[in-house]
Design a protein around this ligand. Structure first.
Ligand code: BGC
Length: 819
C-alpha cells in the first residue's frame, strides 16, 4: 500500500467509486488549504459552508465560511465612506473538537496527524473525513466525520463525528459550539472586503441538547439565527456544561471511554434568516426545524434522495473510466450547490464565485451569460427565477442609466443585494500589491448579456408568461439604454457608440487616456443591433397574444421603434486592413506585443496587463486581450446568425474569414479570465478540434488544477464551471434551438468516445447518447406533443416514449466555419 494509506481508515479501504470522488489525502501544503476548503464546500443553493475543519478557526491557513444566498451587508472602510456590499460570513456552525482529560483541545498544529483523508462523495453530497492523531502523551485517537448541507431541507446541516480512543481510556471532553465572532476576511487583497458584518449577538439554549445564536448585520439589519443540537449517539452516560464566550455559545460534553470504544456525536444545525419566506422569527423557526429533524442517518437519507433526483436531471456522462468523468461531476456538483432548485424561491442572483468564498465580495457580474444556456436545458425554472432577480432590480438599473444621462436601464458591472453599483474604484495589483485605479466598473454591457439570456430562455422554453411579465421589459430597457447612447453621424448615415468598454478588460481607453472608454466596440455594437431586433420581436409576439400582455405600459413609442429600426441597420463596425472585424475603432493603430519576449520573461501571461503596468507600461497600447471579446460573438451566435447581423448592418461578411479571425484574436489573448477558455473552446470546436479540446481540458481544470496559483481559495469560478459543462452539452452535440426545432449535429472530439446526457426541452425529458458513429435520442413517456427534431438535416417528430437512432457519417458536414 502507498505510504499515505492507512489500513484502519475506512476511506482508504472503502472509497466511493472513482468517478464520484474528489479526494485529498495526507499532509498537503498549508498554502493550498484555502483552495481545498473551497472545493470541499457543501451547499444547497440557499446555504453553503466551506470545507473547513470543525476544529479550526480563521488563522491564515483555515477559513470557515458560512453563507446564505443573497444575504449581503454594506460596510464602510478606509477610503470608502459609502462602503461596499458584501456577502456576509455568518456565524460558524461547525466548531466541534475534543480532548482527553488534561490534554489539549484537538486543533490545527496540535498533536501529530498520522493520517488524514478527506473526500467529497459527489453522488451523495457528503463530505467524509478521517484523521488519526496522536497527542504528546502518545494517546492515539481516530476521528471519522460525515458532513452534509441538506439538499432536502435547505435550512439543515449536519456533522456526524465518531471518536475512537485507540490506545487510551479515561475521560473524553467534546466541545460543540456556534461562533458568532466571525469576520469577513477571506479575500484580504480586495478593497473593503474585510471587516465585521455581524452585531447584536445573542445566545441561548433550548432543550438540554440545543444551543442557539442570533446576530444582525450592521447596516442591512438582516437577522440570522443558528440553532445546533449536539447528541451523543454511541457511548455511555455523559455530562454537559455550557461554556459561553462573548460572541459564541458552546457545550462541553464529558464521557468516559475505553480503548477501541466508539463515541458518536451528532451535531445537527438549522439556519434561518429574516429574508426567508414564511418565517416570522428566525430563531423560533430554527429551533422548531431542529426539533423536527431526525437523527443523522434520516437527515442523510432525505439528502441523498434529493441528490439522486438532481443527478437524474443533471447527469452528463462521458464514460465511467474516462479521466473527465470526475471533474465533470465536480463542476456539476458545485454549480448545483450554488444554483439548486431552492434558489427558485429566493431573491438571489448568480454570484461569480459561487457561495464558496468571499471573492469579489460575492458580487454578481455578467457571468450568467455562461451559466443559463446549461440551465435552460436542465431546469429552466432556475433561469427564470434568476432573470426575475434582475427584473426586480430594474429600478436600480434605471437609476444607474439616468445618472449617466441615458434612458433605459443599465445593470452595474458588479452588484450585490440592492442592485446598486458596487464596482470598486481602485484595486490591488496582483503583481505589485499596490493600489491602482480600476476602470473595469465602466463596463456597461451587463444589460446586453441579460437581454441575451432572456431571449435564449424564451427560445428554449417558449415561456410566454415570462416574456410578458419580465422578459420584454428587460429587453426594451436595454434597447432604450443603447439607443440613447448611440449618436447619429449624418455624414455617412451611421450611428456610433463611443466611450464604452467591451468584455476585454485590458482595454479601457486609448493609449494615454486610460479609463475613458473606446469607440464602436464590435462586441457591443453587434449585440446592440441584435437586442434592438429582439426587443421589437418580443413586442410583436406579445401583440399577437393580448391575453398575456403586461398590465403595465411597457411598449416603446412609435418614434422609439423607428429610431431602433434605423440604428440596428446603421450601427458602425470597423474593420482592419485585411477585412478582419476590429475589436474597436482604432484597434488597428495599436502596437503588436512581442509575446515571445514576454513569455520568456514571465512564463505565465495570465496577468499580462498588471505585468505591463508594473513595468510602467500600459496594455491599452497593444493589440492584446484578457479574454474573448470579438470572439464572444462567435460564442453567442452561430456563423449564420452572425453573418445575418453583420450584413444587416450593411457590411460584407464572408464566413470563410471566420477561422482567420479566430486565429487573429486568439493569438493575442492572455486568457486572464477563466471565462476565456470556455468561449474559445466553443469557437474552435468546429474549426480546430484539437485546440478546442485542449482549451476544454484547461477549462475543466479551473479550480481543480493549479491550486497554488489559483484564486479558488476565494470561491469557485461559476461561469467557467457551467460554461464547460455547456460545451459538452450543446457544443459537442451541436445542439441548437431555432424556429421551434431541436437541431443536433454531433461531433465529439477524438478524446471523447461517448457522451450521454438528459436534457429538458419544452417540458419533455430527452435522453441523448452520442458516440462517433451514431446518435440515439429518446423521449420519456408522457402525454406531451411530439418534439420536432433535426439531426444533421434529417427531420422527424420524436414522440413521448419513442427512441430514434441516427447514423453519423464521419466527418460531420461543416462549411469549415463554426455553426
Ligand atoms: C472577468 C470578467 C468576469 C469576472 C467575474 C473577471 O476576471 O474579466 O469577465 O465577469 O472576472 O467572473
Amino acid at each position: 500500500m502507498p505510504p499515505d494509506v492507512d489500513p484502519g481508515c475506512e476511506l482508504c479501504s472503502r472509497p466511493p467509486p472513482a468517478g464520484w470522488v474528489l479526494a485529498y489525502r495526507g499532509d498537503e501544503a498549508p498554502g493550498e488549504e484555502g483552495t481545498r476548503e473551497t472545493m470541499l464546500t457543501l451547499g444547497n443553493g440557499y446555504l453553503a459552508s466551506r470545507g473547513a475543519d470543525p476544529e479550526a478557526s480563521a488563522d491564515g491557513v483555515h477559513y470557515p465560511g458560512t453563507y446564505l444566498a443573497g444575504f449581503h451587508n454594506r460596510l464602510a472602510g478606509p477610503g470608502q465612506p459609502d462602503g461596499t456590499e458584501s456577502i456576509v460570513n455568518l456565524p460558524n456552525w461547525l466548531p466541534l473538537t475534543f480532548r482527553p482529560a488534561s490534554g489539549e483541545w484537538f486543533a490545527p498544529g496540535r498533536g501529530r496527524r498520522l493520517h488524514e483523508h478527506r473526500m467529497l462523495d459527489l453522488r451523495r453530497g457528503v463530505y467524509l473525513r478521517e484523521v488519526l492523531v496522536v497527542d504528546r502523551d502518545r494517546r492515539r485517537t481516530r476521528v471519522r466525520q460525515r458532513r452534509l448541507v441538506s439538499m432536502a431541507n435547505p435550512h439543515l446541516a449536519a456533522l456526524e463525528t465518531i471518536i475512537v480512543a485507540e490506545n487510551w481510556s479515561g475521560r473524553l471532553e467534546i466541545r460543540s459550539g456556534i461562533d458568532g465572532g466571525v469576520l469577513n476576511a477571506n479575500a484580504p487583497a480586495e478593497a473593503g472586503s474585510c471587516g465585521r458584518h455581524l452585531a447584536d449577538v445573542t445566545t441561548g439554549g433550548g432543550d438540554a441538547e440545543t444551543i442557539w445564536l442570533t446576530a444582525v448585520t450592521t447596516s442591512s439589519r438582516h437577522q440570522v439565527a443558528v440553532a445546533a443540537r449536539t447528541r451523543i449517539t454511541h457511548g455511555g452516560g455523559h455530562r454537559r456544561q455550557a461554556a459561553h464566550g462573548p460572541a459564541e455559545v458552546n457545550q462541553v460534553i464529558t464521557v468516559d471511554v475505553t480503548p477501541g470504544e466508539r463515541i458518536g456525536v451528532e451535531k445537527t444545525v438549522a439556519i434561518f434568516s429574516n429574508r426567508d419566506r414564511a418565517v416570522s422569527e428566525p430563531v423560533t423557526a430554527a429551533c422548531e426545524d431542529l426539533g423536527q429533524a431526525g437523527p443523522f442517518d434520516l437527515v442523510l437519507a432525505d439528502h441523498v434522495a434529493a441528490w439522486a433526483r438532481l443527478w437524474a436531471r443533471f447527469r452528463l456522462d462521458v464514460g465511467e473510466q474516462h479521466a473527465w468523468q470526475a471533474p465533470v461531476r465536480v463542476q456539476t456538483f458545485h454549480l448545483l450547490q450554488t444554483l439548486s432548485p431552492h434558489v427558485i424561491d429566493l431573491d438571489a442572483g448568480v454570484p461569480a464565485r459561487g457561495l464558496h468564498g468571499e471573492g469579489y465580495h460575492g458580487h454578481i457580474f455578467w457571468d450568467e451569460l455562461f451559466v443559463y444556456p446549461y440551465l435552460n436545458l436542465r431546469m429552466p425554472e432556475l433561469t427564470r427565477a434568476l432573470l426575475e432577480y434582475r427584473h426586480r432590480r430594474l429600478t436600480a438599473a434605471r437609476r444607474q442609466a439616468a445618472a449617466a444621462g441615458t434612458a433605459g436601464a443599465q445593470f452595474p458591472w458588479q452588484s450585490g443585494e440592492s442592485g446598486r453599483d458596487e464596482s470598486p474604484a481602485r484595486s490591488r495589483s496582483p503583481v505589485t500589491g499596490q493600489w491602482v485605479d480600476d476602470y473595469t466598473g465602466r463596463q456597461q454591457h451587463v444589460n446586453l448579456a441579460v437581454a441575451y439570456c432572456v431571449w435564449r430562455y424564451w427560445e428554449t422554453t417558449g415561456d410566454l408568461s415570462f416574456l410578458a411579465a419580465s422578459g420584454v421589459e428587460l429587453l426594451i430597457e436595454a434597447a432604450r439604454f443603447w439607443a440613447g447612447l448611440a449618436t447619429y453621424d449624418p455624414a455617412d448615415d451611421r450611428y456610433d457608440i463611443r466611450g464604452v468598454l467591451g468584455p476585454d478588460e485590458y482595454h479601457d481607453g486609448y493609449p494615454g487616456r486610460p479609463g475613458q472608454g473606446l469607440d464602436n466596440c464590435a462586441y457591443i455594437n453587434v449585440m446592440v443591433a441584435w437586442v434592438l431586433g429582439r426587443a421589437e420581436e418580443a413586442c410583436g409576439i406579445l401583440a399577437r397574444h393580448p391575453g398575456v400582455r403586461p398590465w403595465r405600459e411597457v411598449d416603446p413609442t412609435d418614434e422609439e421603434r423607428r429610431r431602433w429600426a434605423h440604428i440596428r441597420r446603421r450601427l458602425r463596425l470597423v474593420f482592419l486592413d485585411d477585412g478582419t472585424l476590429a475589436q474597436f475603432e482604432g484597434y488597428g493603430d495599436l502596437a503588436e506585443l512581442d509575446w515571445e519576449r514576454y513569455r520568456q520573461r514571465y512564463g505565465d501571461l495570465r496577468l499580462l496587463a498588471p505585468l505591463l503596468q508594473a513595468e510602467g507600461d500600459d496594455a491599452n497600447r497593444y493589440k492584446v486581450s484578457k479574454q474573448a471579446d470579438v470572439l464572444m460573438l462567435l460564442y453567442l451566435f452561430s456563423a449564420e446568425e452572425l453573418a445575418d447581423l453583420v450584413r444587416g448592418l450593411g457590411y460584407e461578411f464572408d464566413p470563410a474569414r471566420i477561422p482567420a479571425t479566430v486565429d487573429y484574436y486568439l493569438s493575442r489573448t492572455s486568457h486572464g479570465s477563466t471565462l476565456s477558455r470556455v468561449a474559445h473552446a466553443w469557437v474552435l470546436a468546429r474549426t480546430d478540434r484539437r485546440r478546442s479540446f485542449e482549451m476544454l481540458v484547461t477549462a475543466l481544470g479551473t479550480d481543480l488544477a493549479d491550486p497554488q496559483h489559483s484564486s479558488t481559495r476565494n470561491g469557485i469560478h461559476l461561469g467557467a464551471s457551467a460554461g464547460t459543462l455547456d460545451i459538452l452539452q450543446r457544443c459537442y452535440t451541436g445542439l441548437e434551438i431555432r424556429g421551434d426545432l431541436l437541431r443536433l449535429n454531433p461531433q465529439l472530439p477524438d478524446g471523447l468516445a461517448e457522451l450521454d446526457c438528459v436534457i429538458r426541452y419544452r417540458n419533455q425529458l430527452i435522453s441523448l447518447h452520442v458516440d462517433h458513429e451514431r446518435l440515439r435520442i429518446s423521449a420519456a413517456p408522457g402525454a406531451d406533443q411530439p418534439v420536432p427534431v433535426a439531426v444533421r438535416g434529417r427531420s422527424f417528430p420524436l414522440a413521448p416514449g419513442s427512441t430514434a437512432t441516427v447514423e453519423l457519417p464521419s466527418p460531420a458536414p461543416t462549411s469549415g466555419t463554426p455553426t
